[in-house]
Design a protein around this ligand. Structure first.
Ligand code: T46
Length: 145
C-alpha cells in the first residue's frame, strides 16, 4: 500500500503536566517538500469526509487532538489507519483514495501537503479512480499534461 505510518520525533517532558512536543522536517523526515498546510476542525463524531485521490499531492496527516480513522484504498485493498495520538503520522502517496471518519467530536486533522491547492489534481469519482489505477499515466479528468 502506498502509505507509511510514522512516529514523529518527539520530546516528552519529564514533568507530565508540561506535555510533549513532536515534529517532522520536510525532505528530512518526510519524502516531500511542504508547500501548504491546512487543518480540518469542528467536525462532529460520525461524520465522513474525503472520498477522493490526488494525482500529484503527497501528504502528511496528523490528528493532534481526538481520534480519526483514515481509510486508504489503492483500488484493490482498503486499510484503515487510526490517528489518535499526536505523535502518529500518516504519509499518503499520490494515487490513493482516502476517506476520513471522525470518531470523536472536534477531533482535529492537520495536513502538510507537497502541492499548492489545485482542484484539477483531485479525482473525486471512484470509477474514474479505478480507471486511473489501471492506467496511472492516463488523466481521468483529461487535464494532466
Ligand atoms: C485531503 C483530505 C485529507 C481549498 O480551497 N484549499 C485547500 O487547501 C483545501 C485542502 C481545500 N480547499 C477547499 C476545497 C473545498 O471547497 O475547501 C473545501 C473543502 O475541501 P474538501 O471537500 O476537499 O475537504 P476534505 O476534508 O474532503 O479533503 C481534505 C483535502 O481537500 C484533501 O486534499 O486529502 O482533506
Amino acid at each position: 500500500m502506498e502509505y507509511q505510518v510514522i512516529t514523529m520525533k518527539n520530546r516528552i517532558d519529564a514533568d507530565e503536566s508540561l506535555g510533549g512536543l513532536c515534529f517532522a522536517e520536510a525532505e528530512r523526515d518526510l519524502p516531500f517538500p511542504i508547500r501548504r498546510v491546512y487543518c480540518i476542525f469542528k467536525v462532529q463524531a460520525g461524520m465522513h469526509r474525503g472520498y477522493h485521490a490526488h494525482t500529484r499531492n503527497w501528504q502528511l496527516l496528523l490528528c493532534p487532538y481526538g481520534s480519526i480513522d483514515i481509510i486508504v484504498d489503492d483500488g484493490k485493498r482498503r486499510e484503515t489507519v487510526r490517528l489518535d495520538d499526536p505523535t502518529r503520522g500518516l504519509i499518503l502517496h499520490p494515487g490513493v483514495w482516502r476517506e476520513m471518519i471522525w470518531n470523536q467530536d472536534d477531533s482535529v486533522l492537520c495536513v502538510a501537503a507537497s502541492e499548492y491547492y489545485d482542484a484539477n489534481e483531485y479525482i473525486r469519482d471512484y470509477d474514474a479512480f479505478l480507471q486511473y489505477r489501471k492506467a496511472p499515466g492516463a488523466d481521468p479528468e483529461g487535464k494532466r499534461s
